[in-house]
Design a protein around this ligand. Structure first.
Ligand SMILES: [Zn+2]
Length: 315
């Protein structure tokens, strides 16, 4: 089936490093990646900052170009692939994390109360999970289509300008959001004052340190260019959190076999010469999945305690 994308704009800019602000034109290319739903259009480059090691898409689309690509994404027919994509988003890494952690630690205890703010709440699956625990929950979404679909307490706002009320929230959630923003560290800085005294920012992003990234290379599902502008590892997450006065209290790497299946589909659809190798590799990929070498990264960010302070508030 022919995929759209041939006429989408491809004007690019070279951004500075999203972590240290170092010059983007000095970054070292590490991988090419193709758009997963617009394969006929072009390829993009993932580069590594020579100063701090952060990974980011560079060059990336201009802001105007990105808007056109997001518009095209919204206009895609509901092909099997887009339905798979929707399924993937409806069960985000964070929701999977909540469900997985329920066996070891009751979600209610883990969340430690509310209110909860979900930035980029989409169709509010996470808010439903939180509300089912009896906590107050609010959502902010910048995708107009998602707002129309959303129910309950969703509010429409632009994440780039939204600033939460000071010291209001127990948890602020950014699930599958930070990787889409041109300035993720700045976003963390803007929302950090919204945390209460013992608040937590919960972040879920693709994990670029996953073994699956190295197995699948440019076909790895987590690149998701041109929409993903920053590609996080646990180390770069900690570095960006520190810029906002936050520290990564805990990190986890949840996931399912879905990341393996989608990456494999990407490889087969765009590189048929590798078919035999990929089929032969599949049992190994399943084994990697069983070993929990996952493609998602969930981090719990907390305000950095003053130097020398005792850490007495954690579970
Ligand atoms: Zn850097």
């Amino acid at each position: 089936m022919a995929l759209p994308g041939a006429n989408l704009p491809t004007v690019t800019v070279t951004p500075p490093c999203p972590c240290c602000g170092g010059p983007g034109n000095d970054a070292r290319p590490i991988s090419n990646a193709r758009p997963q739903l617009f394969r006929s259009a072009c390829t993009f480059t993932v580069s590594r900052c020579r100063g701090c090691g952060a990974l980011f898409t560079s060059p990336r689309l201009s802001d105007e170009g990105l808007r056109a690509w997001y518009d095209a994404l919204q206009a895609l027919p509901q092909t099997t692939e887009t339905l798979q994509r929707a399924d993937s988003k409806s069960v985000s890494p964070l929701v999977r994390f909540l469900r997985c952690s329920e066996r070891a630690t009751p979600v209610a205890r883990w969340m430690r109360g509310g209110p909860v703010l979900d930035l980029g709440c989409g169709q509010e699956q996470l808010l439903s999970e939180v509300a089912s625990q009896g906590f107050e929950a609010e959502g902010v979404e910048w995708d107009a289509a998602a707002v129309v679909i959303a129910r309950g307490r969703g509010e429409q706002a632009d994440l780039r300008t939204f600033e939460p009320s000071p010291a209001r929230y127990q948890h602020i959630v950014l699930s599958n959001v930070l990787e889409h923003l041109p300035d993720p560290a700045g976003q963390l800085q803007r929302i950090a004052p919204g945390l209460g005294a013992v608040g937590t920012v919960l972040v879920a992003v693709p994990n670029a340190a996953s073994a699956l990234r190295f197995v699948f290379g440019r076909h790895w599902v987590g690149w998701d260019v041109p929409f993903h502008l920053t590609h996080f590892t646990p180390a770069s997450m900690r570095a960006m959190a520190s810029l906002a006065g936050l520290c990564a209290a805990r990190t986890r790497t949840p996931g399912t076999a879905e990341e393996i299946r989608t990456s494999l589909n990407n490889a087969l659809a765009t590189d048929r010469r590798m078919l035999a190798r990929r089929v032969a590799f599949f049992p190994i990929a399943r084994a990697l999945g069983a070993l929990r070498l996952r493609s998602a990264l969930v981090a719990e960010l907390e305000p950095t305690p003053p130097s020398g302070a005792e850490d007495e508030g954690r579970l």
